[in-house]
Design a binder for this molecule. Sequence first.
Ligand SMILES: [Zn+2]
Ligand SMILES: [Zn+2]
Length: 269
Amino acid sequence: VIASTHWDERIARARQLAGRHPEAADVLTFLAGLGGAQRQLADRWAPAMAQRPRPASLRESLDADLLLGAVPDLLSCLERIGPAGLAAAVADMRHVDAAHWKARLDEHLVGGGAEPTDEAPQRFVIEALLQPMAQLLALRFDLGPGVAGPANRCAFCDCLPVVGVLREEGHGAKRTLFCGRCLREWAFPRVVCPACGERTFDKLPVYTADRFSAARIDGCETCRAYLKTIDASKDGLAIPVVDDIATVALDLWAREQGYVRLRENLLRT
Ligand SMILES: [Zn+2]
Ligand SMILES: [Zn+2]
């Protein structure tokens, strides 16, 4: 399985949207550059990941030594292409030793993605490294039978969904959730809050903005969580994790209304 092809699609989409959304151009250009580095890692790691036993979960199947061995390369890349604040934080990380990175990785995998905000730049490095390796492993993951009910967390890596996706199916649309960590996608009912399980239609408002025809906010009045949802039936070229970054204005609006994002994206836009 060649996972790297997806990276090319993400990079191309980020460049395309950077030209269309000036307010998000800088962050999309950075995302494209980062995607180039992640693509290289995916290519480098693909043979080793293909030889590992069929993975049952990310934590069990991850090659932490291989992953953390790429920290210096990624730091060099971030110093070169990262926004000023991140590049400065990265310069300080040159002194962080391997044992510390291993502890950060373990914390991240156990904590389901939550982390203290003062560790944000290190968390970003770990997450950016994890995506290509986790995706290579997730592509070989087989959920198997016996899974009951819709899951609001990724069955492979236990992460909450970073975005939802709507696709046409028959006369309606089908919703899937998209894992921000391993980039896996799984089916989930349309009218259920993925945070608290609310099923009452009137408690699940949908907000759209004319500027972003293919993105919307799926809110929940019961728990005040929201999920950014990319409507691929309105734009067949949409790439969920990239279109999410391009539509940050919707997140700003949702936060002003008192909603809390179910899970932050890689760039914490
Ligand atoms: Zn996952
Ligand atoms: Zn809810």
